[in-house]
Design a protein. Structure first.
Length: 225
């Protein structure tokens, strides 16, 4: 895949709790220079990220209810609303995983819809945390996200001890989606080969914790990195 097009598929995540101002500045500088599609940050970091990336081709996304999703839908909605007010253009929300595992579709839809309605027309990506789910639960999560009006379903936070994305879990989401919602694979994508394999599968976005290892030395030189 051509370098610029590949970089546009990446959501570069700076979400570890210990990462502060310096890490965010470095990440934003890389995104601006390389043309990374999106920088995904903690909601508290949105104002700085938005200032650093103003006028660039990189969107700012904020995580909501992160990393466990176990907060009231009203709280998630308010966090999302504040994030877009401060400059976020996309929201990555963690679903109520327990409700999803209980098969409580009504609660899951209510949880997602609260955020979707709070930030419309901005895109909401619903993190399902697939490592914790059965195939049936993953499919239910996709159906709930579609019903609630989300733009994407996403495999993982990257913080679950059981693991991040797998090609198997991505395929389950893609099969359930049937083109009705986009799929983002996230967590554990560390090589260009693996990244391009997810894209070839049909994933529209990739959540990554680093960008440079996904580029060749020649690409880095050409981009001035």
């Amino acid at each position: 895949m051509e370098t610029a097009a590949f970089l546009k598929t990446l959501d570069y995540a700076i979400l570890k709790p210990e990462l502060g101002h310096e890490s965010l500045v470095q990440a934003a500088t890389l995104c601006r220079t390389a043309g990374v599609g999106c920088l995904c940050v903690k909601s508290v970091d949105v104002p700085l990220a938005a200032r650093l990336l103003e006028g660039s081709a990189t969107a700012v996304a904020a995580v909501v209810g992160f990393p466990h999703g176990n907060v009231h839908p009203t709280v998630k909605a308010l966090e999302a609303q504040l994030a877009v007010a401060e400059g976020a253009e996309e929201i990555d929300m963690v679903v109520n995983v327990a409700a999803l595992k209980d098969g409580d579709a009504e609660a899951v839809v209510r949880d997602i819809r609260a955020v979707v309605d709070a930030v419309r027309p901005f895109h909401v990506k619903v993190i399902l945390e697939t490592a914790l789910l059965t195939e049936t639960e993953m499919r239910l999560g996709v159906d709930c996200a579609i019903e609630a009006g989300a733009a994407f379903v996403k495999t993982s936070t990257g913080f679950a001890p059981q693991g991040g994305a797998t090609h198997e879990s991505a395929q389950i989401l893609l099969d359930a989606a049937q083109g009705r919602i986009r799929v983002k694979a996230s967590g554990g994508i560390r090589t260009r080969e693996d990244a391009e394999a997810y894209l070839a599968q049909g994933c529209a976005r990739l959540g990554v914790g680093s960008v440079l290892p996904l580029l060749t030395p020649a690409e880095c030189t050409a981009l001035g990195l």
